[in-house]
Each structure stands twice: as structure tokens, then as C-alpha cells.
Design a protein around this ligand. Structure first.
Ligand SMILES: *[C@@H]1O[C@H](CO)[C@@H](O)[C@H](O)[C@H]1NC(C)=O
Ligand SMILES: *[C@@H]1O[C@H](CO)[C@@H](O)[C@H](O)[C@H]1NC(C)=O
Length: 192
């Protein structure tokens, strides 16, 4: 039985491998062409500014706890709390301003002494100049600081192999509605 399933796994891998290698989809060909020309590309820099609508409570919340540790409720930093979010990105602080996309990912309270998050965030642009592209942000977010710097480690679409950093701050916070607006300024270099 064990041997049979081992053979099955090997076959599945071979099939998966061969279909991948022989794939000639439009996307694969485009990616291959893009990559081959990498040495001829030049680096371009851009500064993006946008706002994240962080609905922390209520029926339409866009950030939800998915796990916590045994000590989270006793910890003044909420150590061990893991939350998943899917926040609206807008061009202006007003939630009704132009919708640019979503900020999706998970954030973990990962500091025993002060409030700081370990971030794993994707900016998914679905409108505007960067429609169809994503940026990936990871790193330590010291949320009590006025300006928080985070590394931008990569992306997709026009942001393939991008890198940079972002500076974010809390533009506004309404404790009654439990609604925060975060401003992000992203400095990024990418290839054209
Ligand atoms: C939640 O969303 C629904 C549908 O968009 C809306 O009608 C309602 O007013 C919202 N509730 C709050 C508290 O924002
Ligand atoms: C974003 O790009 C998609 C796919 O190309 C397109 O269907 C959509 O209309 C664009 N959205 C905006 C707001 O430009």
C-alpha cells in the first residue's frame, strides 16, 4: 500500500513537472521573454501614496482574528495574536474616494515587550496606474511609532523583482466605530 502511494506520488510529480515544462500559455511565454531581457532593462523608481481602510470592528470588519496563543489575553502586547485582513485601498483618506485595490495578508503580534507586528501583506492593485500588479510587504511594524518603515520585498506584474520600502502612519482612528485609516507611502524600484 505504501509503495503504491509512493509510486502514485512520483507519477503525479512527473505529470505535473512535464506539463509545467511544456506549458506554452501566453503568460508563460511573456514571463520567459521578460526574464531573458532582464539584463537590458533599466531600473525605474516610483513613489506611491495611498490609504488603507482598516475596519477593525462591526459586521463589515475587514480584519479578523484567526489564532491566538495561551498568553495573548494576558499579554499587554497581545503577543501571539494572528489576524487576517482584506482592507480596501483608496486614493484618498475618504473611504468613498477612488478604489485602488485591496491590502491582503496576515499580521502577527510578535513582540513580548512592546506593540509590534510581524507583517505579511500584499497590495493588490485592481485600478489606476498599477492595475493588475501586486506588491509584497513583510517585516516588523512597530505600531506605536508615528512613522513605521517596512521592507517591500517584491511584486508581480509591473512590479516583478521590485524592491523598496514603505513608510506608514495612522491618518485617523475612530475608537467608536473602531475604524482606522492608514496612510502608506511606498518608495519602490522596478524594471522597465
Ligand atoms: C455594512 O455593509 C452593508 C452593505 O454594504 C451596509 O448596508 C451597512 O450599512 C454596513 N454597516 C456598517 C455598520 O457599516
Ligand atoms: C483593471 O484591469 C482589468 C484587467 O485588465 C480590467 O478588466 C479592469 O477594467 C481594470 N480596471 C480599471 C478600474 O481600470
Amino acid at each position: 500500500m505504501q509503495r503504491l502511494s509512493a509510486i502514485f506520488i512520483v507519477c503525479s510529480l512527473l505529470i505535473a513537472g512535464s506539463s509545467y515544462a511544456s506549458s506554452t500559455s501566453k503568460e508563460t511565454l511573456e514571463a520567459e521573454k521578460w526574464f531573458r531581457k532582464l539584463s537590458q532593462r533599466r531600473e525605474k523608481v516610483a513613489k506611491l501614496r495611498f490609504y488603507i481602510q482598516d475596519i477593525l470592528g462591526g459586521p463589515n470588519a475587514t480584519i479578523w482574528e484567526v489564532a491566538r496563543s495561551d498568553i495573548t489575553s494576558l499579554s499587554h502586547t497581545m503577543f501571539g495574536q494572528v489576524r487576517v485582513l482584506d482592507d480596501l485601498i483608496t486614493a484618498q483618506p475618504d473611504p468613498n474616494s477612488e478604489k485602488l485595490g485591496r491590502a491582503q495578508g496576515f499580521i502577527t503580534s510578535a513582540d513580548l515587550r512592546e506593540s509590534a507586528l510581524a507583517m505579511n501583506l500584499n497590495f493588490v492593485f485592481t485600478a489606476g496606474k498599477y492595475n493588475g500588479s501586486t506588491l509584497c510587504v513583510v517585516g516588523r511594524n512597530p505600531i506605536d511609532a508615528v512613522d513605521r518603515e517596512l521592507p517591500v520585498v517584491g511584486g508581480t506584474g509591473v512590479f516583478r523583482m521590485a524592491r523598496g520600502f514603505s513608510i506608514s502612519n495612522t491618518y485617523s482612528y475612530d475608537p467608536v466605530q473602531n475604524y482606522g485609516v492608514l496612510e502608506y507611502i511606498v518608495y519602490v524600484s522596478y524594471y522597465v
